[in-house]
Ligand binder design. Sequence first.
Ligand SMILES: Nc1ncnc2c1ncn2[C@@H]1O[C@H](COP(=O)(O)OP(=O)(O)OP(=O)(O)O)[C@@H](O)[C@H]1O
Ligand SMILES: [Mg+2]
Length: 253
Amino acid sequence: MISNAKIEPTIKIVRTDAAPTAAFGARAAPLIRAEGIKLQFDRGAINALDGLDFHADKTEFVAVVGPSGCGKSSLLNLVGMLEAPTSGQLFMAALAYADVADQAAFRRRHFGFVFQSFHLIPTLTALENVLLPTIGARDSRRDSLERAWQLLANMGLDKRARHFPSQMSGGERQRVAIARALINEPDVIVADEPTGSLDSAAARQVLDCLERIRARTHVTIVMVTHDAEVSARSDRIVHLRDGRLDPSWESRT
Ligand SMILES: Nc1ncnc2c1ncn2[C@@H]1O[C@H](COP(=O)(O)OP(=O)(O)OP(=O)(O)O)[C@@H](O)[C@H]1O
Ligand SMILES: [Mg+2]
């Protein structure tokens, strides 16, 4: 087993206030790589993932699409280290997930999660929700607070910082959730149908925010979506069927 510290020289964490870059999606070595991953449930009766290879390059926005039950959320759970595969290997850069000693700390440090139903804490304000993942982090409270305000401003929500989730629209809530996903300056945003509960105008706004953030931070995005308008804005669309990649469908947008 090796410690989390070993990954640090290879994974560059870029601050959200870094200078914007010229272009998205510049080709790079895979940041995330999955090789022959299988995920079984009920002692092998269910093959959620059935020998799947997957990769996402640094700064890439990969959309994962496919019919209900084909394994999209399962793939995200593995990519985001929320679950371990039954067999096969996942890597961040050269580091195998299986070799990470403190998986929770690694996950907190390198991944930000966004879900369809926002998962905000109803009794906390927008600002407090964004700050939640910084509890116990190494940064000073002041740095975290400054970053949370900056992220809310980037999301067009600086005037909503003191509001509770129930006082905000779905699109605003999802932008709070995205700010929360970004507060620890992750390398990868793992998003499971983040626009699934939003109308198309709100969905567009959420996508605009993510694109702005990606331009500034070089964050990699792996996103499950059922929305063709959303996947059309990705760099690459990966199609899943029955727990496998459907190679006849892989497309670069
Ligand atoms: N914890 C679990 N126990 C048993 N089966 C599971 C579990 N989680 C997922 N599955 C099964 O694995 C398969 C893939 O599920 P998954 O949630 O990854 O699908 P999905 O592509 O995200 O579907 P949807 O578009 O409906 O969200 C499904 O058949 C599902 O029922
Ligand atoms: Mg799903």
